[in-house]
Design a protein. Structure first.
Length: 440
């Protein structure tokens, strides 16, 4: 292809600044503050989930800043795939990229189901599945339309979701009692802390998606650092306050089980407020409604990141090349976005939301392990590489992230052996396909 043809070919456009990146980073994750994390309390209690969360916070702090170093040095849409490919070649690149795709493609169906369940309460005439599929179609279309519109929308709903959490802290803070954190704090012993790990991960899952918009970021070597850093620090603060104020109202059981039924709930914040203020209070209704924006922010944001990850797989010809094409009209990876939506809807139809979340966690932890291995290899193999940002405390930071990731991976494998087999089956079968039908 000639230089003129290359310049005329469709390409991703640089339109994102640090504020947009903060919105994406927090938005990818913020639904984890509104639902899902509380289910870890049933396994670990307050103490078990708290210990698991402390280790996961340490994992994400060390991982995020280590990952930022690679994102600034190699600002490409494939994220972990591109870093592993440069560090270790095709095979390492394939497994890192496939783990990333599994994480980003399997997380949205669970969130879509939560959106459907939430709106079904407000509009019972519409089924949960109808709402969830409609959400997929609407937000995929928005992502196809353009990165600037998609990121602007993400920023707005993320700000609303953060404001909802702040309102929750204001409402519950004065009623917080330290002794409530000690009620039945370790119901299943320390093994419960290990079982709670996937739910602690859910607090932060997918923040690494910031790296997948590096090619659409203005001055990525500077702005990726600002976006990543500000997002992870914001999320750590929100995580600590959400956990502490929810459980500190009346003990952990009141934010896990629905009153009178004993069934677990995906709505910990409304449950906490219901015990404090009652269902008829304005604050209960406002924060419950704003929770929907938290779900939408993560759902929409992960769809955005997933499209870039799949696009890079196609662009480098590790998958059918049509996935690596950019829409001439919208300058977005439309084909990749559409295919991911089809796969997501198929996963949604299974109705196995808990299992889907766990498979996404398997993908995330694999990505973290392979990314930290890649970072260490890049430092050793390419010491002269331009690194606008360098993680502090190297090699301690990536090594800590690597060790915690491996421990977490082993733990969720022990507690979810069937899902582990399904996950490894996806990796192995896709790798066999890749080796037999490489798209050169």
């Amino acid at each position: 292809m000639s230089n003129s043809e290359l310049s005329n070919a469709p390409h991703l456009e640089r339109k994102l600044g640090p504020l947009m990146l903060w919105g994406l980073g927090v938005g990818y994750v913020i639904s984890g503050m509104y639902f899902g994390w509380n289910l870890g309390l049933a396994h670990g209690g307050t103490l078990g989930l708290a210990v698991a969360t402390i280790f996961i916070i340490l994992l994400y702090l060390t991982f995020t800043f280590s990952y930022t170093e690679m994102a600034c040095a190699i600002p490409r849409a494939g994220g972990a795939f591109d870093y592993a490919y440069k560090a270790g070649g095709k095979d390492l690149g394939f497994f890192a990229g496939m783990a990333q795709n599994i994480e980003f493609v399997f997380a949205p169906p669970a969130i879509a189901f939560a959106i459907g369940a939430y709106l079904n309460l407000l509009i019972p005439q519409l089924s949960v599945l109808t709402i969830a599929i409609s959400a997929y179609i609407i937000f995929t279309a928005l992502n196809i339309y353009g990165i600037k519109a998609a990121a602007t929308f993400e920023l707005l709903v993320t700000i609303l979701a953060v404001l909802g959490l702040i309102l929750f802290f204001i409402a519950t803070g004065p009623e917080f009692q330290l002794e409530n954190l000690g009620k039945n704090a370790l119901p299943n012993g320390w093994k419960g802390a290990f079982a709670a790990i996937p739910f602690a991960i859910w607090f932060f899952l997918a923040i690494e998606g910031v790296a997948n918009v590096a090619e659409e970021t203005v001055n990525p070597q500077k702005n990726i650092t600002i976006g990543f850093g500000s997002a992870i620090l914001t999320l750590v603060a929100l995580c600590v306050f959400t956990f502490t104020f929810s459980v500190g109202l009346n003990g952990w059981e009141t934010v896990v089980f629905k009153p009178g039924s004993g069934e677990s709930s995906d709505s910990p914040l409304p449950l906490a407020l219901m015990h404090l203020l009652g269902e008829s209070s304005l604050m209960f209704r406002v924060i419950s409604f704003i929770g929907l924006f938290g779900l939408i922010a993560s759902f929409h944001g992960i769809i955005l990141a997933a499209g870039r990850a799949t696009y890079e797989f196609g662009r480098i010809k590790f998958a059918p090349p049509f996935l690596g094409r950019i829409s001439r009209r919208f300058k977005t990876p439309a084909n990749a976005l559409i295919v991911n939506t089809i796969v997501g809807i198929i996963a949604l139809l299974t109705g196995k939301t808990g299992e889907i979340i766990t498979i996404a966690c398997f993908g995330a932890l694999s990505l973290y392990i392979l990314s930290m291995i890649s970072m260490i290899r890049l430092r050793n193999r390419f010491p002269e590489m331009d690194r606008p940002f360098k993680v502090r405390f190297y090699p301690l930071a990536p090594v800590v992230a690597l060790i915690i990731s491996i421990a977490a991976f082993v733990s969720i494998t022990i507690y979810n052996p069937i899902l582990a087999l399904i996950y490894f089956g996806l990796l192995i079968s896709s790798y066999i396909w890749f080796r037999l039908f490489q798209y050169e």
